[in-house]
Write a protein that binds this ligand. Structure first.
Ligand code: ADP
Length: 385
């Protein structure tokens, strides 16, 4: 009896042992699964945070570059890669391999060593010329351990270009104003010095003074027009305008000039109507026809024509049969003070601002203007409204 009991007890103990082992394994498996789940969700959260951080940095227009404590790239955003045309994986690369600029490498090193924010302006070699402003700072942990360096790159190219254009404009304006003023002063001094006593010479000199004063007035009027067009002060009075009467008015105002050069003014416009500011449209046509007479051939033809385009816009052209414009100047003639032949333009009384005004007015109407020319066979200026 007792041996049966012992056997039963032993069997129960063995069963209990196996049950415990089974239970332990199950618990271990479940905690392992729980741990794996936790690790996975932590990993997912970290990946999501990293993706969000990258998205934020990639949406910046400034380039951002982070270097680790060994000076190797640990992060670079999209703008940085675009600025330096860097392709492939940048992480782990040396700074010089990425930017190829000793100036930037030195700046990063100084920021790391000095532990303060440094500001630096840099002109990148190559064409087109590019300017960058760089802020470099050491990245320091809470326990003051140096973790690396962060560099932020701002593209200053557009600002520098604007500044250069502004300086060039001021230089040009001063030059354009100085020339007629010097003439007025010179002739006045000669008159006062005795020339006034000879009526014939006095008249001739005074006419020259008047011509230069007129030129100054014209220049100042054009400058004021450009300035108000550029600052957007001019409000367009948009109305339906019949084109034929505008062209006829321009022709009648410029007929004397055309006759003096034996130029024929031809109106080939079909009866079209546009929505435009009539005065500004008149100014555009007047400038273009005036140029065509000025720079066209003596005894030549100046033709105005146009057509309705499929998209509802109207295209108008002013054509002459003069010497035309060299290909490399076709776009530049719309720049302020640009002239193909400076001496000739001044001699014709041009301010160098006419086509720039034309461009501004056409663009304010939502249209575009361009020039076509086969040197030797005339120039055609076209614009859409
Ligand atoms: P400008 O007052 O000198 O005429 P514009 O801005 O009107 O200034 O024109 C710029 C330059 O474009 C002119 O100086 C001239 O060299 C060139 N140009 C303009 N129209 C013509 C044309 N029809 N044929 C040839 N050259 C032209």
């Amino acid at each position: 009896m007792s041996s049966i009991l012992t056997i039963l007890l032993l069997a129960a103990l063995v069963a209990l042992h196996f049950w415990w082992r089974w239970k332990l394994r199950r618990e271990q498996a479940s905690s392992r699964a729980e741990l794996a789940r936790l690790a996975q969700s932590e990993h997912n959260a970290a990946a999501e945070a990293l993706a969000r951080q990258n998205a934020i940095f990639d949406s910046m227009i400034e380039g951002v570059l982070v270097l680790d404590e060994n000076g190797l790239v640990s992060f670079a955003n999209r703008a940085f890669a675009e600025m330096f045309a860097a392709v492939g994986i940048l992480r782990g690369k040396a700074l010089l391999e990425t930017v190829r600029s000793h100036e930037i490498a030195e700046l990063a090193e100084r920021a790391r060593a000095e532990g303060r924010v440094l500001d630096h302006e840099l002109k990148l070699p190559g064409e087109p010329e590019r300017w960058l402003q760089i802020n470099a700072a050491a990245v320091t942990a809470v326990d003051r351990r140096k973790l690396g360096t962060i560099l932020v790159f701002h593209d200053l190219t557009r600002l520098k270009q604007l500044e250069a254009t502004r300086q060039e404009f001021v230089g040009n304006v001063s030059h354009e104003l100085r020339t007629p003023l010097a003439m007025i002063k010179g002739y006045t001094e000669t008159l006062l010095g005795g020339a006034k006593d000879d009526p014939a010479t006095a008249t001739k000199f005074l006419q020259t003074v008047e011509r230069h004063a007129d030129r100054l007035t014209l220049l100042i009027e054009d400058l004021l027009t450009i300035s108000s067009l550029e600052s957007g002060q001019i409000k367009l009075n948009l109305q339906p305008v019949a084109l034929l009467p505008v062209v006829e008015k321009v022709f009648s105002e410029l007929r004397l000039r055309a006759d003096a050069k034996g130029v024929k003014l031809l109106n080939q416009l079909p009866p079209l109507s546009v929505t435009a500011d009539a005065n500004r449209l008149h100014q555009v046509l007047s400038n273009l026809v005036d140029n065509a007479i000025k720079y066209g051939r003596a005894e030549g033809n100046v033709t105005v024509g146009g057509r309705a385009l499929d998209d509802g816009a109207i295209e108008i052209f002013v054509q002459d049969d003069g010497p035309g414009i060299p290909v490399e100047s076709l776009e530049r003639v719309f720049e302020r003070f640009y002239r193909v032949d400076k001496a000739r333009s001044r001699e014709q009384g041009g301010t160098g601002l006419g086509l720039s005004i034309v461009k501004h007015i056409v663009q304010a109407h939502g249209g575009k203007v361009w020039a076509r020319s086969e040197p030797g066979s005339g120039a055609t200026f076209l614009f859409t409204l």
